[in-house]
Design a protein around this ligand. Structure first.
Ligand code: AHM
Ligand code: MG
Length: 344
């Protein structure tokens, strides 16, 4: 059987993808090489002294694990020299990462989560790298980009994808022409096309949520999640519950099997509600991918790709997966909220 690499696949589909230029291909190739380096480190994590914490705390106030730091450094180091970017943003860095004047610049902007699911790093559970790519607005294309050039409406993404470091390493990505999956063949060191034109089942059978937060959810969220456990839902029986706690891994399973992943807003000690997942480096890229695979992504009610971030590390409630399930959550949440307002 003919083995198709990511670059070949992109070139074969170049006519359908106007932005599939040589520059974009270089960007993908740098991402791929970075992911191979991260994958190599992840698979030997138990053998060498890379497990555990570095002793530092990141911009999100979380303890930095060595592999997080390694993945972040690899991506920044490789991509800033690629000559195709003007700026980057990482989940691990508070500010924009500028591509400084002495290095060649391009007009792409890369936002990434270097190692998602970090609580699973030390226990041999799948983790991943998520990326999202925008183009710099043409009318502003000189000097270092400002934050408002980076914070574009989420439907302006030109590509998004993830690498999953699991029982095999895979890359799943979209440039707006469907979703394609490639599996790393370690014997040749190449990602080979294994899942062309992925489509999420319209109706899921799995719901994924950290249910221990039940007491921190509002009534509309509780009503939506109760639906998946009830016998009076679309299946006529409870959905299966599966929660890995690595967005990439939970998302990937649901993309293949059908289902919904939920990270609703939680009540904070000050009484306000907020989601945990980051809009720019987690929710937006996954939303682009799922829509291209025939699924949906919302904050419970509103479409994620209609958001324009107001800050780099903005958090958002996130509901993503099979269209029937995400639509049902939306209907339940709208109904529950209007019942609360009318006092029913
Ligand atoms: P991280 O980027 O620090 O790893 O946090 C994101 C992760 C997601 O992968 C996962 O869906 C979620 O956090 C799990 O959070 P929780 O432990 O609250 O269920
Ligand atoms: Mg993350």
């Amino acid at each position: 059987m003919r083995q198709v690499t990511v670059t070949e696949h992109l070139l074969l589909h170049q006519k359908k993808t106007p932005m599939a230029t040589g520059r974009f291909t270089s960007l993908l190739n740098e991402l791929i090489l970075s992911a191979k380096l991260i994958s190599r480190e992840v698979t030997k994590a138990g053998l060498v002294d890379v497990l555990g914490f570095t002793g530092e705390t990141n911009v999100q106030g979380e303890k930095v694990r060595k592999l997080d730091e390694f993945a972040n450094n690899v991506l920044i180091h490789r991509l800033r020299r690629s000559g195709v970017l003007c700026a980057m943003a990482s989940e691990e860095n508070g500010d924009l990462i500028q591509v400084s004047g002495d290095l060649p610049q391009g007009d792409y902007i890369l936002i990434f989560d270097p190692l998602d699911g970090s609580s699973n790093i030390d226990v041999n559970v799948s983790i991943g790298t998520i990326f999202s790519i925008y183009r710099r607005p043409l009318h502003k294309a000189s000097g270092s980009p400002s934050l408002d050039e980076v914070l574009q409406r989420c439907d302006k993404q030109v590509a998004a994808g993830y690498f999953i470091y699991g029982s095999s390493t895979m890359m799943v990505y979209t440039t707006g022409n469907g979703v394609h999956g490639f599996t790393l063949d370690p014997s040749v060191g190449e990602f080979l096309l294994s899942h062309p034109d992925m489509k999420i089942p319209e109706q899921g059978r799995i719901y994924s949520v950290n249910e221990s937060y039940w007491n921190y959810w509002d009534q509309a969220t509780k009503d939506a999640i109760a639906y998946f456990k009830s016998t009076e839902n679309a299946l006529g029986k409870p959905y299966s519950s599966r929660y890995i706690g690595s967005l990439v891994a939970d998302f990937h399973r649901n993309l293949l099997y059908g289902g919904i992943f939920m990270y609703p807003a939680k009540r904070k000690p000050d009484g306000t509600y907020a989601g945990k997942l980051r809009l720019t480096c987690e929710a937006a890229p996954m939303a682009f991918i799922v829509e291209q695979a025939g699924g949906m992504a919302t904050d419970g009610v509103n479409r994620i790709l209609d958001y324009t971030p107001t800050e780099l590390h903005q958090r958002v409630p996130f509901f993503v997966g099979s269209p029937n399930d995400v639509r049902t959550v939306r209907e339940i949440m709208l109904r529950s909220t209007s019942d609360a307002v009318s006092g029913d």
